[in-house]
Design a protein. Structure first.
Length: 380
């Protein structure tokens, strides 16, 4: 189920935005234009599907801080809404803040939590939009496998999505399919490469088809690719970036260590000696050549601390990954955006800020207004 359209409203610098997605999506923009905010908005759906919505928003500073800080329409409540279209399905999550109780006038100690105000799953069928799940605050109804309308048996936990609270997934196959789809999306934002980072030191390893989000299991992930994955792609990716270099992963008593043989040096460089940029590039190799590709793979600003010479090789790696996954890359590196866009024929999306709000460059002001109208029609 590829993402066909993403709509975001009321989240950080995104007042309202609608974006059509293709197989390869390169999101470009100056610092502060809102690239990472878009990436984070998508990640919220993964968090929602795994019961980590409140925790994820708390790590971003809490719900009150992530709500759009600019003007809203008169009497419109502050809402953060993320909607995705996946084939004929459309899912939407809308959150606000915990209401302030004036009696007694004390702040809820959990005021950083989100409060899920509404949640929907629709399916397009024969030109009609059918509601498969509708949640209002703590109650929800959904259609079961036979199309029968069922009320959610218990009160919902108000700071988390219904996706994670589904007790009998087999009864609600479409909803559970959406939950599993979100949970399978993969996001890479920052690989830890400081001197104490796990990837720089020998580490107990298991066969690792999916690199950890911080790259901690890099050596095991690379060895897994060499054993059962795209060995040729990995060797080419290394040669493309570091001509003549060769990867060497050693295992001793179950602990894996990473070395790189470089032309001109009489001994291989250990992970402790490699530069941040080299290690990050190796992480990107492991992430993009995963033997278990995800349906959707997102990289946020992968150019961080990479030498400009590595941007085109990285672009080629992204294209290789796009054979198996829908890909999303936010970047401010022009050569990376160009390499990917030219070969994939998917034009980059340029973000700009207008009056503090992130917008797609060239989009007409009214272009994304259907989102609100839809919301208003539903009394949201
Ligand atoms: N709640 C908010 N309301 C409005 N703007 C916000 C909010 N939170 C963050 N921002 C803005 O978002 C911008 C950062 O967006 P970000 O996606 O990190 O940019 P980049 O394109 O550099 O990745 C900053 O300019 C910041 O002012
Ligand atoms: Mg950013």
């Amino acid at each position: 189920m590829p993402i066909q359209r993403l709509r975001i409203a009321g989240y950080r610098s995104v007042r309202q935005l609608s974006l059509e997605l293709g197989p390869v999506n390169v999101i470009v923009g100056a610092n502060g234009s809102g690239k990472t905010n878009l990436y984070r908005a998508l990640y919220l759906l993964v968090a929602a599907s795994e019961g980590r919505l409140a925790r994820t928003l708390a790590e971003e500073g809490g719900t009150p801080s992530v709500l759009w800080a600019g003007p809203r329409g008169a009497k419109k409540p502050a809402r953060l809404t993320v909607q995705v279209e996946l084939g004929e399905l459309s899912y939407e999550l809308s959150c606000g803040i915990v209401p302030f109780d004036p009696t007694p006038p004390i702040r809820d100690p959990f005021h950083l939590d989100p409060e899920v105000k509404s949640e929907h799953l629709w399916a397009w069928s024969g030109g009609r939009k059918v509601v498969l799940m509708e949640r209002k605050e703590r109650t929800a109804f959904m259609r079961d496998a036979d199309g029968k309308r069922v009320t959610f048996p218990t009160q919902l936990w108000n700071s988390e999505s219904v996706l994670d609270q589904l007790g009998e997934p087999h009864r609600f196959p479409r909803l559970s399919e959406v939950q599993r789809t979100f949970a399978a999306w993969r996001f890479y934002h920052h690989f830890r490469t400081d001197p104490d980072a796990a990837m720089r030191h020998p580490r107990v390893g298991v066969r690792t088809p999916v690199l950890a989000h911080d790259g901690a299991d890099l050596a095991a992930a690379l060895l897994t690719i060499l054993q059962i994955g795209d060995t040729r792609g990995l060797e080419q990716g290394i040669d493309d970036a570091f001509p003549g270099a060769r990867l060497d992963v050693r295992a001793s008593e179950g602990r894996f260590s990473l070395f790189l043989h470089m032309p001109g040096l009489s001994r291989p460089m250990a992970a402790t000696e490699l530069s941040d940029g080299t290690l990050r590039y190796l992480c990107l190799l492991a992430a993009l050549l995963s033997p278990r590709p995800p349906p959707f793979l997102a990289l946020n600003e992968p150019e961080t601390s990479l030498h400009p010479d590595l941007l085109e090789p990285l672009g080629r790696l992204v294209l290789r990954a796009a054979k198996y996954s829908q890909v999303w890359v936010t970047t401010h590196a022009e050569p990376l955006a160009r390499t990917v866009a030219e070969a994939s024929r998917c034009a980059p999306v340029y973000l700009v800020k207008r009056d503090g709000a992130t917008q797609v460059e060239g989009a007409l002001d009214g272009e994304s207004s259907d989102f609100t109208e839809e919301e208003e029609d539903r009394g949201g």
